[in-house]
Design a binder for this molecule. Structure first.
Ligand code: ADP
Length: 303
C-alpha cells in the first residue's frame, strides 16, 4: 500500500508556516500522530531532492526532548511529515492565567529546552525558529522541540531573506544585523527569550519591526560596544546606534534568583562567540542549586 494510506486522517489541528497539520492515526502502530502537509512549490510534482535528503537527516534526530519525525513522504504535490502527537505547547502554558509556574517549574521547562538544543547542536543542526509554540508538551509532561531544521530546508514563505527566519521577538541580534553566517548561538538567544518569558509571563522583547526589535534589545541590555562584540561592525546591516546604558538586569526581573539572572545574562550575551552554549548552560549552577527542577509528570499544564 501507499505511504499515505498508513495514516487515517482525523481533524485539522491548525495551519502553520508551511501548511496544514492534521491529527491522524498510524494504522501500523495504533499511535496518534500529527501529519504536516507541506506544499512543494508551484510545480508541485517535482520533489526537491535536497529537501528530501535533509529530511532524512532529521529522521535520525532521536532525543527525549526533540519531536520525533516518524515518517516523511511526498504525495500529490505535498510533502507529508509525520510527527508524534503532542497534547499542548509552552505558549498555552505561559498564557494560561490559571497556571502558576514555580521557580522549579520554570527550571524544568528551561532544562528540557536546553537538553533538546544541546542534542541538536552536537549533531550540527540548528533550529532557527525558537518560540514558545514550537515547544510542544506531551501527555507525560515532556517538552519537545518541534520543527527542528525545517526553517533551513523550506525557508519561510512570507519572509524574503533567509537570515530572517525567526519569529522576530526571539531573533538574535546577529540575525537582526543581517548575519549570513551564524551558528547555534541563535537558538540559545531564542531560548533566553523563552526563559525570560517564563519568568515574566509575557514576551520579553516585543519589537514591532526589525529595527524596533534591536531598539528593544538595546534598551534592555545597553547598546553593544564594538569592544564587547568585535565582529558586529562587519555585519551587513550594522549601523551605529546612539549609546544607551543598560538598566540593572535585576530591575527587569525582580522575582528571579541570582543564579537565574546569571544564566540569563550569559544566554543574552551579544557576541555569539562569547554566548554560552546549550551544553554549558545545562552545566550552570542554576540547574544544580535548589530548588530542583520539577519532574515533567508533575508540571502544571492547561486542562
Ligand atoms: P507554526 O508553523 O505556526 O509553528 P505548525 O505548522 O508547527 O505551526 O503547527 C500548526 C498547528 O498544528 C499548531 O496549532 C500546533 O498546535 C499544531 N501541531 C503542530 N505539530 C503538532 C504535533 N506534533 N502534535 C499536535 N499538534 C501539533
Amino acid at each position: 500500500t501507499k505511504d499515505v494510506d498508513r495514516y487515517l486522517k482525523r481533524e485539522v489541528l491548525g495551519k502553520g508556516t508551511y501548511g496544514v497539520v492534521y491529527k491522524a492515526i498510524d494504522t501500523k502502530t495504533g499511535q496518534t500522530v500529527a501529519v504536516k502537509k507541506i506544499r512543494l512549490g508551484k510545480y508541485g510534482e517535482g520533489i526537491d531532492f535536497t529537501a528530501l535528503r535533509e529530511i532524512k537527516l532529521l529522521k535520525e534526530l532521536k532525543d527525549p526532548n526533540i519531536i520525533e519525525l516518524i515518517d516523511a513522504f511526498p504525495h500529490k504535490g505535498s510533502l507529508h511529515l509525520v510527527f508524534e502527537f503532542m497534547e499542548s505547547d509552552l505558549e498555552a502554558v505561559i498564557r494560561d492565567r490559571n497556571i502558576v509556574l514555580s521557580p522549579a517549574d520554570i527550571k524544568s521547562y528551561l532544562q528540557m529546552t536546553l537538553k533538546g538544543l544541546a542534542y541538536c547542536q552536537q549533531k550540527w543542526v540548528l533550529h532557527r525558529d525558537m518560540k514558545p509554540n514550537n515547544l510542544l508538551i506531551g501527555a507525560d509532561g515532556q517538552l519537545k522541540l518541534a520543527d527542528f531544521g525545517l526553517a533551513r530546508i523550506f525557508g519561510s514563505p512570507d519572509r524574503k531573506f533567509t537570515h530572517q527566519v525567526f519569529a522576530r521577538w526571539y531573533r538574535a541580534p546577529e540575525l537582526l544585523f543581517g548575519a549570513r553566517q551564524y551558528g547555534s548561538g541563535v537558538d540559545v538567544w531564542g531560548a533566553a527569550c523563552i526563559f525570560a518569558e517564563l519568568l515574566l509571563r509575557r514576551p520579553f522583547l516585543q519589537g514591532s519591526s526589525d529595527i524596533d526589535q534591536l531598539g528593544k534589545i538595546f534598551a534592555a541590555f545597553g547598546t553593544p560596544r564594538p569592544s564587547q562584540w568585535p565582529d558586529m561592525v562587519f555585519l551587513p546591516d550594522y549601523v551605529e546606534y546612539q549609546v544607551v546604558p543598560a538598566p540593572p538586569l535585576r530591575s527587569l526581573f525582580p522575582m528571579a534568583s541570582d543564579d537565574a539572572l546569571d544564566l540569563l545574562s550569559k544566554m543574552f550575551t551579544y557576541d555569539p562567540k562569547a554566548r554560552i552554549s546549550a551544553q554549558q548552560a545545562l552545566e550552570h549552577r542554576y540547574f544544580s542549586s535548589v530548588p530542583a527542577p520539577t519532574k515533567p509528570a508533575l508540571l502544571p499544564r492547561p486542562p
